[in-house]
Ligand binder design. Structure first.
Ligand code: 5BU
Length: 451
């Protein structure tokens, strides 16, 4: 494809930006007006536009495409034709008769949908559209936008945990148009002033520091985790998804100094033996001052969970500092985890997960009110009364071909306000796990510190 600047100039020739005085929907007067609808009347341009928009996304992760009505509908259609990802149609208003559906087309609950928008200003129309799609239990994680007017909408959506991919920014466009003499210096200056003066004001929610969270923490395990993070300047939890005692101990020894906790799936250790696996692991944890997090994901009635927690060959209650548990069994099912911290699963990182928005909200209510719960596992921002643990983090991969979906450390700390990132294969499958652990630790701490 030609470069993006040339492509923009081709689009510009169709009259998509006008200069002068225009009153916007919000009532404010703008020195320019953007209308991308002409792009849809030129098939070659529309096709190229669809390719540019698709290029910004990890396409394997999506099952559906939907455009915000009306201007983005042809764009979404073109993207669907180019990628073979099925299209769904969002109505502006539900029909008064018939099915009264807001979303038309063929879809299933739990599918991942790319949302397409032509221009983003304050983000208002996206904020209205997203819940209507999520109410159908379709997941929206990524939004592609042709043009960002840089008035704060992108940031508002990103703070809510959506990834916003924009093809053009108005500041870039002004630069291109000035360089090609399409606009005068004074026009460029007027536009720049307008952008600077009209960013939508939003109260950026400051994330709480580890020190502030430590002050607020009540549970001893939460306190210990936060103290460890501050002392070691690390917010990294390494996931040791290895299958033998030797590998587990070797891995713990190598990465120990860089992590706040080691996450285990103890039931995948094929030669598990309490004396030979757990006792040395505990020693390494003490030596390097990290906690043990057993990712057991309890999901039963309280009585069964109690047995799974305290009995069997693993006797998790004898060694884990904290465990993961589903909230699906209800509030009382978590009463049995008395001497450990519980991290409740609020949403999952895998494609097609059923942890829809309503489920997430109910699970979060339980997490917030239960004294044993110290935090939640989630791919969305959560209440800052809870610690947020986020798996699905990798510096090099977008997915694993088995449904896992990855974000970068920067993304999870900046947009989700994650407290602890969980990294598995990014570390234990690397050639030098110790070096990789250090790399992730630095990336995570920098992302946190820059906020
Ligand atoms: P990975 O190798 O970085 O993909 O490993 C991620 C780990 O986190 C792995 O042990 C999973 O079982 C765990 N995990 C996850 O990936 N996503 C989730 O939503 C939850 C746990 Br809950």
């Amino acid at each position: 494809m030609e470069n993006k600047t040339e492509f923009f100039l081709e689009c510009f020739k169709l009259g998509i930006i006008k200069f002068g005085r225009f009153t916007l929907k919000s009532g404010i007067e703008s020195p320019f007006y953007v209308d991308l609808r002409p792009l849809s009347s030129n098939p070659k341009i529309l096709k190229k536009l669809a390719d540019y928009l698709l290029e910004m996304l990890p396409l394997d992760n999506f099952d559906l495409i939907c455009g915000v009505p009306y201007a983005a509908l042809p764009m979404a259609t073109a993207m669907s034709l180019e990628s073979y990802i099925p299209l769904i149609i969002k109505r502006k208003e539900a029909k008064e008769y018939g099915t009264k559906k807001l979303i038309e087309g063929i879809y299933k609950k739990g599918q991942n949908c790319i949302l397409v928008e032509d221009v983003i200003t304050s983000g208002k129309s996206l904020l209205e559209t997203i819940p209507e799609i999520e109410n159908e239990e379709i997941f929206v994680s990524d939004i592609v936008v042709v043009l960002d007017r840089e008035q704060g909408g992108k940031e508002i959506l990103e703070r809510k945990g959506y990834r916003v991919h924009t093809l053009f920014k108005i500041s870039e466009i002004v630069k291109i148009l000035r360089e090609t003499n399409e606009i005068t210096e004074s026009e460029a200056a007027r536009i720049k002033d307008f952008i600077a003066g009209n960013a939508v004001k939003f109260e950026e929610k400051k994330r709480l520091s580890y020190e502030q969270k430590l002050e607020n923490a009540e549970h001893s395990v939460a306190k210990k985790l936060l103290k460890t993070a501050i002392d070691k300047q690390s917010n990294l939890i390494a996931s040791a998804d290895v299958t033998s005692t030797a590998e587990l101990l070797n891995f713990a020894e190598k990465v120990g100094q860089h992590i706040v906790a080691l996450k285990t799936h103890i039931d995948i250790i094929s030669d598990f033996d309490f004396e030979k696996t757990i006792l040395p692991l505990k020693k390494i944890a003490e030596k390097h001052r990290f906690l043990l997090m057993e990712d057991r994901k309890f999901a039963d009635i309280g009585n069964t969970q109690e047995l799974q927690f305290t009995k069997g060959i693993y006797r998790i209650s004898d060694w884990a500092d904290f465990v993961t548990a589903q909230a699906i069994g209800g509030f009382d099912s978590l009463n049995v985890f008395e001497n450990v911290g519980v991290v409740a699963i609020l949403s999952m990182s895998s494609k097609g997960t059923l942890t829809s928005v309503p489920y997430f909200e109910e699970a979060q209510k339980i997490a917030l009110s239960h004294p044993n719960v110290i935090g939640g596992v989630s791919q969305k921002p959560i209440s800052d009364e809870l610690l947020l643990f986020t798996p699905g983090v990798n510096l090099n991969e977008k997915g694993d071909g088995k449904g896992q979906q990855y974000n970068s450390p920067e993304y999870v700390f900046k947009n989700l306000h994650t407290d602890f990132m969980i990294v598995g294969r990014g570390i234990y499958q690397s050639e030098n796990p110790e070096k990789s652990a250090l790399e992730y630790k630095i990336a995570g701490w920098m992302a946190y510190s820059e906020l």
